[in-house]
Ligand binder design. Structure first.
Ligand code: HEM
Length: 416
């Protein structure tokens, strides 16, 4: 396959620049990296950061994800680096000290605690509630009118589901929304990120205390009261747990809903196909996950000297896995740059792989499927009413704003 016409001088390319992602995923650059430097050394602009290896090939990312002994999530954390203002305070400890930043055997023990709440069976039971939530959100929209799809639709569903799951009162969901916004905008100031962490932890602590006094059937009740080796889990882990679920369960699903809709708007034939054959929606959801890949990267740290594609990785080196690149790897996917709602098989890595495979994958899939079933059934056409604005991040891919116009049904056949 030929290289893209636009070539980047690889020397000096910095994948840690949020502005690189502002206009959309830099797929041409990822493609070039896969061909020319699949294990690329990325210098970091910060003086006290040593640089990292950027992995862009599907197979390498799978191999690293499946080998936590060699590539640790605990040693140094799971992000490339942390805002400098956070060093050595409680926020860093909570980020690093939650399940996503643990290695086995500790990781297995914590994962066992919460995984029953996220199993396929547990999630299946949530379908009627999720459908009710989706219906309520969509019924507020006015046919023919413009709406801000992110705040009115895409952000709403994960928030209401997360509140239900964690036991957060629905009227507080805008607080969760605000914290995720401030924590995931990489151009936000470190001071404001520190403040947002503090507010989120204080809220989580108050909720945990309430659930100790009055346990209910939610996840916070479980985590606040559960004992491991005869002891309740400590506050730092509870902070980390709350933070992880609020961030992991929120923006990712929101960004797949909005990115998925944008893909359908840009591919009207695929939109029509799904309207005619809603049974294809489950495969369409997988294709949206591949296409959007809302989590751009996670990091591991080499616990010992290792080799990837002949490249020596030294003990302590950061190794960063770029999921959007893996999901367009032409060695794995036929016609990777084509959006095809019938694509099967579709072994994308949007949810990661191996030891830390996304715990919320079944839940996210349910939210996405029900949202698109209900949206497409009601809406014969949706068009953009303005230019979507992307978030500034090299960690999460998504939009802050997407104005759309909902076309009213024109014929009886178009009515739900
Ligand atoms: C489209 C939606 C989602 C995407 C693309 C996504 C993506 C990911 C990825 C890539 C990982 C792997 C991290 C690693 O390997 O280091 C992960 C882990 C995780 N996700 Fe998700 N996620 C989504 C939705 C959710 C939801 C809805 C929840 C919960 C409400 C959730 C909770 C978690 C948790 C707890 C982990 C850590 C698992 C572990 O460490 O064992 N995610 N997610």
């Amino acid at each position: 396959m030929a290289l893209p016409a636009r070539r980047y001088p690889l020397e000096g390319i910095n994948l840690k620049d949020p502005l690189l992602f502002e206009q959309g995923m830099p797929h041409a650059l990822f493609r070039q990296l896969r061909y020319e430097a699949p294990v690329y050394w990325n210098e970091e602009p910060e003086e006290d950061e040593p640089g990292f290896w950027a992995l862009t090939k599907y197979d390498d990312i799978v191999a690293v994800s499946k080998n936590p002994q060699l590539f640790s999530s605990a040693m140094g954390g799971h992000q490339i680096s942390y805002p400098p203002g956070l060093e050595f305070n409680r926020a860093t400890a909570a980020i690093v000290g939650n399940m996503i930043g643990m290695d086995p055997p500790e990781h297995n023990a914590y994962r066992r605690l919460v995984s029953p709440s996220f199993s396929a069976g547990a999630v299946r039971k949530m379908e009627p509630t999720v459908r009710e939530m989706v219906t309520r959100i969509l019924e507020r929209l006015v046919p023919g009118a413009e709406c801000e799809f992110i705040s009115e639709v895409a952000a709403e569903l994960p928030l209401v589901v997360l509140c239900e799951l964690l036991g957060v009162p629905q009227e507080d969901r805008r607080l969760l929304f605000g914290w995720t916004e401030r924590l995931t905008d990489f151009v936000n100031t470190p001071e404001d990120q520190v403040a947002a962490f503090a507010e989120l932890f204080a809220y989580g602590q108050a909720l945990a205390e309430r659930r100790r006094r009055e346990p209910a059937g939610d996840l916070m009740s479980l985590m606040a009261n559960v004992e491991m080796d005869g002891q309740r889990i400590d506050q730092q882990l509870l902070d980390g747990f709350f933070l992880l679920l609020v961030i992991a369960g929120n923006e990712t699903t929101r960004n797949t809903i909005s990115g998925g809709l944008l893909a359908l708007i840009e591919h009207p034939d695929q939109y029509q196909l799904l309207r005619e054959q809603p049974a294809l929606i489950p495969t369409a959801v997988e294709e949206m996950l591949r296409w959007v890949t809302p989590v751009i990267h996670f990091r591991r740290t080499a616990t010992t000297d290792a080799e990837i594609r002949g490249q020596t990785i030294r003990r302590g080196d950061k190794v960063v896995m770029w999921y959007p690149s893996a999901n367009r790897d032409e060695d794995m996917f036929e016609r990777p740059d084509v959006f095809d709602v019938r694509r099967k098989p579709n072994e994308h890595l949007a949810f990661g792989e191996g030891q830390h495979f996304c715990l919320g994958a079944w839940l996210a899939r349910l939210e996405l499927r029900v949202m698109f079933e209900e949206l497409l059934r009601r809406q014969p056409r949706i068009e953009l009413a303005g230019r979507p604005r992307r978030i500034r991040s090299y960690f999460l891919s998504g939009f802050t704003s997407m104005p759309v116009r909902l076309a009213p049904p024109q014929t009886a056949a178009e009515r739900p």
